[in-house]
Design a protein. Structure first.
Length: 117
């Protein structure tokens, strides 16, 4: 699976943004998908994940209730809708694919999200 993230940019605190990840190559619908982020000077952390069918979603506590992960298998795309953004959400956001539901073996190049206070 080749992954291409897009949609990042600059937004004010309290604002909203959607980042997208387009997949190509091997079967997208056969992979669970996840979003991770890495803030400057910090380790990469899990943000959200979605099952193959989209029926199950998982979130880090820090984004629960503010972020929503969704996928469109017909368009081979996964989305991360972000609301009520905070300066601490500033990071490079990476999408990733897992064919076994545990290990993310495929990663996109990342898209930068900056939230100004």
């Amino acid at each position: 699976v080749q992954l291409q993230a897009s949609g990042g940019g600059l937004v004010q605190a309290g604002g909203a943004m959607r980042v997208s990840c387009a997949a190509s190559g091997r079967t997208f619908s056969g992979s669970s998908m996840g979003w991770f982020r890495q803030a400057p000077g910090k380790e990469r952390e899990f943000v959200a994940a979605i099952s193959l069918s989209g029926g199950s979603t998982y979130y880090a506590d820090s984004v629960k209730g503010r972020f929503t992960i969704a996928r469109d298998n017909a368009k081979n795309t996964v989305f991360l809708h972000m609301l009520s953004l905070k300066p601490e959400d500033t990071a490079v956001y990476y999408c990733a694919a897992s064919e076994n539901g545990n290990d993310y073996g495929y990663w996109g190049q990342g898209t930068e999200v900056t939230v100004s206070s």
